[in-house]
Design a protein around this ligand. Structure first.
Ligand code: ATP
Ligand code: MG
Length: 504
């Protein structure tokens, strides 16, 4: 059997291939037949380049249906897809190209000058733009070059363990690492999610996430591809635009900030969401306030799930059964999740420990980092996620933070999430981040950074006094800073390392 992920998708394309696979905000329509033929043309082009068997194809382009088709063409042709965040500039792109040594680099026309220079310096043989610049024809574009190629292609045979993609992590805790994902990692996870989230025949996915990250590229797109479902494919998240498309959609996936912004739309109510079946959140913690407010306004309970570049999805709130706010739910089918103490002994319910996972979804290792890979696996084969959490008595997992963000003050462990929850409950607070900064006496001093609602007046002394009445002294912040917003990366994750540098 061919374990190529594309073959799996193709076997689930709808019978009527003239039906819509992707529709854009500016009226473009891509049928399943278009996707099959265009990916064949691109796969034929890539195959004509005489690349090595495991060649990496690095892609830094704006989101578009063509970009998704290029992803499909790459795996179809048996190469390894390597998406890059569109926000990355020369220092970052240079690092990724040197690190991954892609044989092909595809970029946006407006970046061609500096990207091609970096790529050629690093020895990349082929550098293309995906499409031509608006003002003229560019024969170097990959789309133009694909035109003369045949529109059928025999999907290359792959073994389950062959690499399909290298996904660089978001770099929230340090330099990004390349997670090597196999065809089977991606296929098994997509199949499990199809069942877990009850994908249905008439589903329409409102796709607003970026295509360079696990959430938008794998979780969202794979869900629709494996179910033969139409995607409304928007170039980026825009709350007003989402409101416009909700009545035609049934499934939406977003990071917590998307939900915060949707709640600022006056039109968000039961009626505008009447056609919707499922709202999913992930990539960063969803505040309980957002979760509750969304239910109140729309009648929909957001389904929160937990995953990462290295493992794709591992834990999810149930489709049927209680979706518990503040938790990420139950381990997915076939995924073994445990919470353990320092000596790898299992924690009891509600006891906090390190989250570890094992299963067909877990990646092969970090690209060219064998020592780091070895460090992150236990002797019995579990991957150390770097996240800290606890199971409740019913088996729902809550994430309390990252082990790198854990604060040790005066010899005591302080879990930032616990203190953040107390601060977020205070009147006038939008959100908060609690960090540890070096301190001569305590080792680390608990420090809070708070975003206030407009017009709210809270003082440092007031916050400290209020917390002292509720929690143990060693957990109470020594300092409190007020800011307009928390620093976030493109996936909406709070960058605590930036805060630590700022307030140390
Ligand atoms: P890096 O590994 O480079 O520091 P990163 O961990 O942010 O960056 P990703 O792989 O994109 O890179 O993100 C995975 C992480 O996102 C998880 O380890 C977890 O900390 C966080 N995460 C994902 N989903 C959730 C969720 N529902 N709630 C809380 N945190 C989440
Ligand atoms: Mg990580």
């Amino acid at each position: 059997m061919n374990a190529n992920l594309y073959a799996l998708f193709a076997s689930h394309f709808p019978e009527d291939k003239s039906s819509c696979c992707m529709e854009t905000h500016d009226g473009r329509y891509y049928s399943w037949d278009d996707v099959e033929r265009a990916s064949a043309k691109m796969a034929n082009l890539l195959s004509s380049l005489d690349l090595q068997k495991d060649a990496r194809i690095a892609v830094q382009v704006e989101k578009s249906p063509e970009a998704l088709i290029l992803y499909l063409a790459t795996i179809r042709a048996g190469y390894v897809y390597l998406p890059l965040n569109t926000a990355y500039r020369a220092a970052e792109v240079g690092y990724f190209i040197e690190n991954a040594e892609p044989e092909v680099v595809v970029c946006s026309p407006h970046n061609f000058g500096w990207v091609s220079q970096l790529a050629f310096q690093a020895g990349t043989k082929h550098v293309y733009t995906l499409d031509a610049p608006a003002e003229g024809r560019n024969s170097g574009s990959l789309l133009n070059r694909a035109i003369p190629h045949a529109d059928s292609f025999r999907t290359v045979h792959k073994e389950p363990d062959d690499l399909a993609a290298i996904l660089y992590t978001s770099g929230t805790t340090g330099r990004s690492k390349g997670a090597m994902l196999t065809h089977d990692n991606l296929a098994s996870n997509a199949l499990v999610l199809k069942q877990a989230w009850h994908w249905q025949k008439n589903d329409v996915l409102l796709h607003t996430l970026p295509l360079f990250h696990v959430h938008g590229l794998f979780v969202a797109s794979h869900g629709a591809l494996l179910n033969g479902s139409k995607m409304i494919f928007l170039p980026k998240f825009d709350a007003a635009q989402v409101m416009q498309y909700l009545p035609q959609s049934t499934v939406f996936m977003g990071v917590p900030t998307y939900y915060v912004r949707l709640l600022q739309e006056n039109g968000l109510d039961k009626q505008s969401c009447a056609n919707m079946r499922l709202f999913i959140s992930g990539s960063a913690p969803l505040l309980l306030d957002t979760f509750n407010e969304f239910t109140r306004r729309t009648g929909h309970t957001i389904l929160e799930r937990y995953g990462m570049s290295e493992t794709t999805m591992q834990v999810s709130n149930p489709y049927r059964g209680e979706r518990k706010g503040g938790t990420v739910g139950l381990p997915l089918q076939d995924v073994d999740v445990r919470v353990v103490k320092a000596d790898n002994a299992p924690c009891s319910p509600n006891e906090i420990g390190d989250i570890q996972v094992k299963g067909p979804n877990v990646f092969k290792g970090y690209w060219r980092m064998p020592e780091k890979t070895a460090e992150e696996f236990t002797s019995d084969g579990y991957f150390r996620t770097g996240d800290v959490g606890r199971f409740d008595k019913e088996g729902y997992l809550s994430i309390v933070g990252r082990s790198k963000d854990l604060i040790i003050s005066g010899g005591y462990n302080v879990y930032p999430k616990e203190i953040e929850s107390f601060i977020d409950e205070m009147d006038g607070v939008v959100e908060s981040a609690v960090i540890g900064v070096p301190h001569a006496e305590f080792g680390e001093a608990v420090t809070a950074v708070i975003v206030l609602k407009p017009g709210a007046h809270l003082s440092e002394a007031g916050v400290i006094a209020a917390l002292k009445a509720e929690i143990a002294n060693f957990k109470v912040p020594k300092r409190v800073h007020f800011v307009n917003e928390l620093p976030r990366n493109t996936m909406g994750k709070v960058q605590k390392n930036v805060l630590r540098d700022l307030y140390q």
